[in-house]
Design a protein around this ligand. Structure first.
Ligand code: UD1
Length: 370
C-alpha cells in the first residue's frame, strides 16, 4: 500500500459539480489520501461554473485545464492532451471521474493509457441510445474503469450484463442528494420564487439543452409554441436558458416573442442554490436534463422529461418522471398534475453516498493492493 494515496477528482461541466462537491469534502478529511481537484474548463462561464464552486463550497481547483468548447472531438482531445500533461507531472494513484460528459471520457482515456487506476462515479447508467454523446461516454468510461460506483440496482445489472466483474462494482447511491442536503438550508432561505414574483406551486420550471430538442428548428418551434400556450392557460413558466438553447432560440428568431409572452420568465443560467430554490417551490418541472429527473424524484415533484428514453429508469418506476414528446406537453401536464407523489425513498439516495464512496475507495486503494 502506498503511504498516501494520490487522488485526482475531475470537475468539468455544470452537472458534474454537484457530484464532485460532496466527495471532495469527504475525501479532503481523510488522512490516507492526498486530494487534487482538476477542472477541465468544459464549462467556463461564471454562471455555468464559478457560482457552483461557490454554492458548493469547493475551493479553487489545483489544476485548471482551460479547455472550453468546440466539437466533440476537439473538446475530448483538448482535455486528453491537457490532462495527460498534468498526470505526467503530478501522477495520481487513482483518478475519480464522474457522470457522462466529454471530460469524463477524455480523462478516463488519458489516465488509462498511463495505467492510472480509475473510479467512475455514476457508473452503469444506460439509455441504450447511441445517438446521445453521453451514452458513448458512459460505455467507454465504464469499460475502462477499475472501480464502478453505481447509484441504483439497474446500474449494477447493466454493468454485469456487459461483463464487468462483480468485484469492481460498488453500489453507493446517488451523490446529487448529498449535494442537495449539504446546501438545503441555503436553498430554503433563498426565496427565489418570491424575488421573481411567481406564486408557490403556480409555476413550472423549464430547462432544455439537449441537441435533440434545441438544435432542430421544427422541434424547438413546437416546444416554444406549446410553452406559450401553457403560460397563456395560467401556469407560469420559469425558464433559465442554457447557452446552447439561447443561441438556438435566437437563431429561430423567437427570443423576443418568448420574452414578451405573459407568464414566461426567461432567465440566465442560475446558480445551484437559486435553481434548487425555484424547483422547491414549483408545481412541476419540464426538462431534458439527466440530474433533474433524479432531484425531482427525491423531492416528490412531478417531472415531464422531453426525451424518448432515459438512462435513469428508476425515476419512472419509483419516482415522479414521465417521458414525453414535444407535442404531448399540454396533455401530459394535465395528466401528471392529477397525481400525488411521495418524496422518493430509493435505497441509498440518502445524503450518505460520499461516505460510502470514501469507504469503497479506501478498501480498493489501501486494503486490496496491500
Ligand atoms: C454538456 C454535456 C451534457 C450536460 C450539459 C449540461 C457532453 C457531451 N455534454 O452539454 O451531458 O448535460 O453539458 O450543461 O459533455 N457554453 C457556454 N458557456 C459555458 C459552457 C458552454 O457558452 O460555460 C456553450 C459552448 O460554447 C457551446 C454550448 O454552450 O456552444 C454547449 O456547451 P457544451 O459543454 O459543449 O455542451 P452542453 O450542451 O452544455
Amino acid at each position: 500500500m502506498p503511504n498516501v494515496v494520490k487522488i485526482h477528482l475531475i470537475a468539468a461541466a455544470r452537472p458534474n459539480f454537484m457530484k464532485v462537491a460532496p466527495l471532495y469534502h469527504a475525501l479532503a478529511e481523510q488522512s490516507w489520501c492526498e486530494l487534487k481537484l482538476v477542472h477541465t474548463g468544459q464549462h467556463y462561464d461564471a454562471n455555468m461554473s464559478d457560482s457552483f464552486f461557490r454554492d458548493l463550497q469547493l475551493p479553487d481547483p489545483d489544476f485548471h485545464l482551460g479547455v472550453g468548447g468546440g466539437t466533440h472531438a476537439e473538446q475530448t482531445a483538448g482535455v486528453m492532451v491537457e490532462y495527460e500533461r498534468v498526470c505526467l507531472e503530478n501522477r495520481p494513484d487513482w483518478v475519480v471521474v464522474v457522470g457522462d460528459v466529454n471530460s469524463t471520457l477524455a480523462c478516463t482515456l488519458a489516465a488509462s493509457k498511463l495505467a492510472i487506476k480509475i473510479v467512475h462515479l455514476e457508473a452503469g447508467l444506460r439509455s441504450f441510445d447511441n445517438s446521445m454523446p453521453e451514452e458513448i461516454n458512459r460505455i467507454v468510461t465504464d469499460s475502462l474503469a477499475d472501480l464502478l460506483w453505481t447509484p441504483s440496482p439497474d446500474g449494477d445489472e447493466n454493468l454485469l450484463k456487459s461483463g464487468v466483474a462483480p468485484g469492481k462494482i460498488d453500489r453507493i447511491g446517488n451523490i446529487m442528494i448529498d449535494s442537495f442536503e449539504l446546501v438545503r438550508p441555503k436553498i430554503e432561505r433563498a426565496n427565489v420564487p418570491e424575488i421573481l414574483g411567481v406564486k408557490d406551486k403556480r409555476y413550472a420550471v423549464v430547462t432544455l439543452h439537449r441537441p435533440s430538442n434545441v438544435d432542430r428548428a421544427p422541434t424547438l418551434q413546437k416546444i416554444v409554441d406549446e410553452m406559450i400556450a401553457i403560460a397563456a392557460s395560467g401556469l407560469a413558466l420559469v425558464f433559465p436558458l442554457h447557452p446552447r438553447t439561447r443561441k438556438s432560440i435566437e437563431q429561430l428568431g423567437v427570443l423576443e416573442q418568448l420574452s414578451k409572452s405573459d407568464g414566461i420568465y426567461l432567465l440566465e443560467p442560475l446558480s445551484y442554490v437559486e435553481f434548487m430554490s425555484i424547483v422547491l417551490g414549483c408545481r412541476l418541472v419540464i426538462t431534458d436534463s439527466g440530474g433533474i429527473q433524479e432531484e425531482t424524484t427525491y423531492l416528490g415533484i412531478p417531472c415531464l422529461t422531453l426525451r424518448e428514453n432515459t438512462e435513469r429508469p428508476i425515476t419512472i418506476s419509483e419516482g415522479t418522471n414521465l417521458l414525453i414528446g414535444p407535442d404531448e406537453l399540454g396533455t401530459k401536464i394535465d395528466e401528471i398534475m392529477q397525481k400525488e407523489f411521495e418524496p422518493g425513498r430509493i435505497e441509498f439516495w440518502d445524503g450518505k453516498t460520499a461516505q460510502r464512496a470514501v469507504e469503497s475507495l479506501y478498501n480498493h486503494a489501501c486494503l486490496r493492493t496491500a
